[in-house]
Design a protein around this ligand. Sequence first.
Ligand SMILES: NC(=O)c1ccc[n+]([C@@H]2O[C@H](COP(=O)([O-])OP(=O)(O)OC[C@H]3O[C@@H](n4cnc5c(N)ncnc54)[C@H](OP(=O)(O)O)[C@@H]3O)[C@@H](O)[C@H]2O)c1
Length: 246
Amino acid sequence: MNLLVIGATGRTGSEIVAEASGRGHDVTGVATSSDTIEDVRVYPDDELPELLADADVAIDFTVPSASHEYAALAAEAGVPYVVGTTGFDEDGLDALRAASESTPVLKASNFARGVQALLRVVEAGAEALPDYDIELTETHHNGKRDAPSGTAKTLLDVIDSAREDALDRVHGREGEHEREDSEVGVHVRRAGNVRGEHEVLLADNDEVLTLTHRAESRRVFAAGAVDAAEWLLGREAGWYDFEDVL
Ligand SMILES: NC(=O)c1ccc[n+]([C@@H]2O[C@H](COP(=O)([O-])OP(=O)(O)OC[C@H]3O[C@@H](n4cnc5c(N)ncnc54)[C@H](OP(=O)(O)O)[C@@H]3O)[C@@H](O)[C@H]2O)c1
């Protein structure tokens, strides 16, 4: 298929270009500037409307402030849209949902299959241990802009839905503060080139259960995103997630 990778010069986008080219897709890249990645031509994003006219599916790994505008252009062109970008506010999410009324939109905060499994295991753990304290820690490379990560927010949503009592998200801790049972602590680290690490810790006074996922390479996100693009081709307009692909 003709695949448009938006954010093709980025850490993840360049892996997606390599993965999709390796699978035999015709790949075109888009970024804010022109470039060449893996012999694939990358065009500046002001050429997006013309490029979408020839695309079967677009994959977007950019920044939320640009991504929802790109999604609107894809919707206008009727091109299925895979969104890996994270950090959207409610307005950005509304814009993506509006795009999904006229084209299929698949959004996932994490395209690693292991993270999808982690979500199910965390849900089971939170349900099975209803009185245990829960703390979440995520670590990413020093170039990541949004915090906590999209995956951390998805994990917190899963924990929320598994617990009957509403949990208060406490971001970091400082000073004198007694831990309340209703808290879930959220801790964010940014350092080096860490691809992405998420740990959920459940504990009472006598035992500790830790559930951890670590991405060893960005290839795992690229493979998942290209799987999603292949799956999305030919679907009806609507809102999809990576779970649908799996
Ligand atoms: N869902 C997942 O599985 C998953 C996995 C990894 C990352 N992510 C998310 O994917 C997004 C990209 O991450 P990354 O680490 O690959 O980012 P990155 O290395 O900073 O790359 C960003 C890419 O977006 C392009 N871009 C387009 N419009 C832009 C704008 N207005 N401002 C800045 N850049 C723009 C950049 O082009 P230029 O280089 O020409 O500026 C570049 O190609 C982030 O939101 C990240 O959290 C999601």
